[in-house]
Design a protein around this ligand. Sequence first.
Ligand code: SAH
Length: 213
Amino acid sequence: MSLISLSAGEHLKNNINKKKIEMALSKLLTFNNPKNHLEQYPTDPSTAAYLVFMAAMDGNIEGKKILDAGAGTGVLSFSALMLGADEVVAVEIDREQLMVLEENLRKFSNIRIVIGNISDVEERFDTAICNPPFGAVIRDSDLPFLDIIFRNCKNIYLLHNYKNRDFILEYAKKRGRVLREEKITISIPRMYSHHTKNYEKLDCILIWAESSS
Ligand code: SAH
């Protein structure tokens, strides 16, 4: 039986565990002509699988309509689709990633890839999965992401720089409630000229919030 022919509700029971997702993610294409100003960094397979697996355990992936905000190469979308999302909309501003997204997600039919600005998203979703730009290169480039996911999505899974923890928690509390908060360390591969090591470690905050809108 193929992974995607399972019906909603069967995915977790059928042992689609975190390790299987990580293995599948590690085979996907990475960024095409990556752009520093868009903070294009792929979430490493372990973190991506963890974020979406947690969301699935909370009951917020199977059978749900999901927004992958700032989809990049589609690792979060892929994980959600593996775990039985009803529909995933992957929004990415960089047209040069369209081919990567199409290739990486081609085995799924319930995916919609939208090349456009996150600010223009008007649809509503059950769940947002989001590793946005952190606003490190262009100040406040994370804000449109926060606005849209808290306005249009009920459950929000967001990864952000731990440096911004207070701001993120404050923001989330104003627009709903924070149901879980966790500090995790991610690895960032050497991608741009300002990187000096093969991998850099970065402390991040991972939150699960429920919006009141
Ligand atoms: N979510 C992916 C990519 C993270 S990098 C992953 O977890 O691997 C952040 C992504 O947001 C980049 O691909 C970048 O091009 C995209 N992005 C930046 N600004 C955007 C905007 N205004 N609207 C939509 N996508 C944007």
